[in-house]
Design a protein around this ligand. Sequence first.
Ligand SMILES: [Zn+2]
Length: 699
Amino acid sequence: MGFLNKNLLSKIFPKYVDLFEQINNNVLFQNYIKSKSSICTTIPTGSKSDYFKFINKEIIKNEAIDYLEFGVYEGGTIIDWPKINTNKNSRFFAFDKFPPKYPIPKIDDERVHFVKGLFQDTLHDFLKDFKLKSKLVIFINLNKKFDTLYCLSELDKIFNQKPIVMFDQFGKLQEEFIAFHNYIKSFRRDFQFLCQSENWRKCTIELYPREKLHTASKKLESYNTGIKELDNNKKKANVIFLLIDDLRLDKFYGQNRTAYTPNIDLLLKKSVFFDSAISSADGTFASMGSIFTSKYPSATGITWANNHSKARKFFENIRLCGYDLHATFPTGPGYDFFKTISKSFKKENCDTVDWKKGLSNGIDKIIHQHLTMNKMNTPWFYYIHLMDMHLQRSISSKFSSKIYGKTAYERKLSLIDSWLGEFLEMVDLDNTLLVLTSDHGEYILDNNMKPDFVPILQQNSRIEKNKISNSFLGSFGNITIPLYLDEWGRPRTIAQVGLIIMRTILTPYRQQKLKRSLDQYEIRSTYKRGKNYLFDEAIRVPLLFIGAGVMHSRIINDQVRHVDIFPTLAKLINLPINKNAIDGRSLLNLINGKSENEVPAIIESMPVLEKPVGDVIGVRTSKYKYFRSRINPKLNVSLFDLEDDPKEIKNLADTKPEILDEMEVILTQNFKNTPIIKEEITDQRKAQALKTLKEMGYD
Ligand SMILES: [Zn+2]
């Protein structure tokens, strides 16, 4: 109703239109019949007793039941059921007002009991004392929406196993059916139809136990920080370096979270967590290069395409220190950074996985196998790079509900959290150091906010290899148009062409609408990384240390940097490093609760596609953010006071020239001249890399 004028509408339709409700309910009804009746038997129309006899014989198998009937009327059913189900341990309870017209029927069977009164007065108290002894069978013969909804909602408390619910008037779409639909949705239940009769007037269903949301790892729950100090002379800790690509801080920690994350919450409690860790760049390989070399990208010249081998030394040093190197990392055409830097790994210790795949596409099993295969020689160092947060990843149906987060992005974090629960069960934190961080953040735009999002076609036109599934247009949508080819040279289907046409028409309109409806901060959700800005959404990431050698748990607000991760790790696992050859410093003092002077973070935007270098460079302190054009200090200048204006809305570049000068001095002092770019790649690989980047959403 959001876009309809409610006043105008009430003038056209001043009264309740029963037909509209019937039409809408019928859509829900048909969807249920389509999706929930794979094992449903149709029972020929006959007497009511025959229908119940079938249920008792085929479904209940005359076992003991606790039978609750709502709506007795003349008593036909409550008289029948004790005769049909002859098990001596069965109990039968019938609920009704029993008005003078329909008094309590006389039944000579001590298994039968009556509860007289309004359901709303009697059922609650009845259930307080009721102890379920046998399989629960419910019969609903109410033909009233609100009574049905009330009874189902109250009964939900005792629906622990798989109760059987028989509806006598399910086909009345505005009464029992819609009440059942509302109950199912409100209580997050699932079900199957078992049998139906009289063209769905009557039906019997089996309700399933509510699907539980995932829980926190028991092992993590019982993990105590601070018990053991790792004696580096005797034993080296194993290390897991978990990098969750594309994970921005405020969706992992703080008030803005909507993901369901019991494991992350527990990690935050039991780890040393930095809530102000700043990426060196807003793109993957420049950032990763910066983590692995402990140098800013400007000092190494590592970009999406160049100088990747400079990041090799990180792993080489760890190997020389006696570590067995292991990794699970993404790769693809032109996406071979990790292949390049893992040359010192034994081949069998490296899982190279398709960059388009996420945990639910089998990466979870690969990691599980890796950790349980017994091929890891202690001490080992296991690098895991997850691509799940990237916008293009699809999400499994379990996590597509709003319970798991407001946006698709947050639901993916819930998925990762669920995996973390299983993963942490396999990790012995007393002997393993776990480092968790991300390469950069993200401007998050939910699917339905994308200007080129076309609701029905988009949801129904998923292209999977050579087939297109399209439930909306049915087989018609799959007809191909011979001369209209896609980027792989295959003819496009009608559904795909429809999507393209609709996008062309809708995008400009939706862009206008977004501009009108979003505020300045929200509009940034439509931004992309690798452009001429560097907002915190894209460069502030989680950084967490837990396990062997970390004897505290605390949240540290000091600003730290990507380049600090490697020196910290080196200190924790006793790895010799040349302090003069790096831009970072160890965070061990902060981890141990000592204070340190802040070091400004040098930041830059990642060059995308054909550009050899990024658009902007800058400085971030806990007080100010400054960035400007890389080639011209006077161009694209932004200055934000992060304390007064954490959302970076008010550009102070024109009003605070003295701060601008200070920041520019820090920048020029710390920003190394980019070394001459050494092209390591062939034109063919470059073309592949460009294609991959485009697929990842860069433009
Ligand atoms: Zn990335």
